[in-house]
Design a binder for this molecule. Structure first.
Ligand code: BG6
Length: 469
């Protein structure tokens, strides 16, 4: 079987991780420009000042993507490049850059799939409370509207937010992303609610503008499974999925928050400060949302936590995604299991859990339209005789594409796959060492680009529409 003709084979990136040019052509300061320079926050102090210099090399990069046969490129727009102070004047140079990127994609027939918020916000807004401040919702609506006005004639696929759970939990619970706040559960839930409200308002606005494209959100998809059949661990997994999936997916797809979580938040006094009007717009926007984007890397294996200790987030590594942590509310723990496979960074490799997770999703949310907006292997790629022989990445992507093929055969409405990442880029907390790309970037040789083995492999997959997978 081949993947359907309208299924998009793509790859992804995010502005802060590739662009560089952090202070060029009128770009405003972002929260990440500031945060990454605080000692100890990132691996070896790496930051996105230069990243992989995509800002100056986008033509070369997109040409390579075209050569790979990429059908779609998912990238994000840097908000402070468009509206440097978050609310005021539009930076025409920023508009010009993204016009160039979009036009360059279209020149090769590559479909641009654009994320509006992949974590870099104008620093001014962060200083005023970021996502805990409701004024940020309106600022975001203005920014999104500007993007629709300026790029919407050519961009027909929009993602509002990338992984709300990550920037809110690492921002307000683990303190590992901006604004670097630890253990503030109240702020964490407030930020998530404000983001859902912003999403709903932007979806509504997009539909009003009648641009006849599609709009959705991208969430982490990290389904939790009990390590065994013990009732208490099954409860732990249910709890983890309520907080990690239902809290995020329900407001978008069902238009309301999950009762299980609401009840606990009420008891503990963590209900966000919300208005009837906000709840209403969340409710009414659910039917206008066109798709859900899933970023799947790994599942969670969980056990109940009996130690009665809340997480402490001692160091950066505690926040980099490997199992071995206590949940923010102390209810369960994620664990590493002897019979599972793991990456060098301790992330589980499990196409099986991907398959089971997709089934869970279908059961819960029905026949929603899905794009896999990220999936890939973070590795230190082997170099043999000057060639980048990233066989483990090929294997990883192949196994996950196979799951998608089966899911589509079973009737799931999955419309595209975006490998993370198109090109090697900056990992927020793990520097440049953790590579994901099809295109290698040589940090010892003027950021020279080189095709990896996976580049040729993915090209072939796309050419034959995955027939041999
Ligand atoms: C996702 C993000 O969470 O994971 C990406 O959307 C990120 O921006 C990717 O790079 C991989 O994470 P990491 O920590 O391995 O770089």
């Amino acid at each position: 079987m081949r993947f359907p003709h309208d299924f998009l084979f793509g790859a992804a990136s995010a502005a802060y991780q590739v662009e560089g040019a952090w202070n060029e052509d009128g770009k405003g300061l972002s929260n990440w420009d500031v945060f990454s320079k605080i000692p100890g926050k990132t691996f070896e102090g790496t930051n996105g000042d230069v990243a992989v210099d995509h800002y100056h090399r986008y033509k070369e990069d997109i040409k390579l993507m075209a050569e790979m046969g990429l059908e779609s490129y998912r990238f994000s727009i840097s908000w402070p490049r468009i509206i440097p102070d978050g609310k005021g004047v539009i930076n025409e140079k920023g508009i010009e850059f993204y016009n160039n990127v979009i036009n360059e994609c279209l020149k090769y027939g590559i479909v641009p799939f654009v994320t509006l918020y992949h974590w870099d916000m104008p620093q001014v807004l962060e200083e005023q409370g970021g996502w805990t401040n409701k004024a940020t919702i309106d600022a975001f609506l203005k920014y999104a509207t500007t993007c629709f006005e300026r790029f919407g004639d050519r961009v027909k696929h929009w993602i509002t937010f990338n992984e709300t759970i990550v920037f809110c939990s690492l921002g307000y619970l683990a303190g590992a992303h901006p604004p670097g706040i630890k253990n503030d559960i109240k702020k964490y839930f407030q930020a998530t609610h404000n983001v859902f409200t912003a999403h709903a308002k932007v979806v509504d606005q997009y539909k009003k503008m009648k641009q006849y494209g599609e709009i959705g959100i991208t969430h982490v998809f990290s389904p939790a499974f009990s390590v065994d059949d013990k009732e208490e661990n099954k409860i732990a997994a249910y709890h983890a999925n309520q907080y990690g999936i239902a809290w995020y997916y329900d407001p978008i797809l069902k238009g309301k928050y999950p009762e299980y979580v609401l009840k606990i938040l009420k008891e503990k006094g963590y209900i966000p400060d919300w208005t009837e009007e906000e709840l209403k717009i969340i409710e009414s926007s659910a039917s206008k949302n066109d798709f859900i984007g899933l970023n799947y890397y790994q599942p969670q294996r969980v056990v109940i936590n009996k130690d009665q200790v809340n997480p402490t987030y001692k160091n950066r590594e505690d926040a980099t995604g490997a199992p071995g942590n206590i949940s923010f509310d102390g209810f369960y723990k994620t664990v590493k299991m002897d019979d599972k496979r793991y990456t060098k960074w301790g992330w589980e490799i499990s196409p099986e859990a991907f398959k089971d997770g997709l089934k869970m999703l279908k059961q819960e949310y029905g026949d929603i339209k899905i794009y896999i907006t990220e999936n890939g292997l973070g590795d230190e790629d082997p170099i043999i005789d000057g060639e980048i022989v990233d066989v483990p990445r090929i294997k990883y992507i192949e196994e996950h594409l196979k799951v998608l093929k089966d899911a589509i055969s079973d009737g799931m409405n999955i419309k595209g796959y975006y490998a993370w990442s198109a090109i090697d880029l900056l990992s927020w907390l793990n520097g440049f060492k953790k590579q994901y790309g099809f295109i290698y970037v040589d940090h010892n040789d003027n950021l020279k680009r080189k095709k990896k083995l996976s580049f040729y492999w993915y090209k072939k997959v796309i050419e034959e529409r995955g027939e041999s997978i």
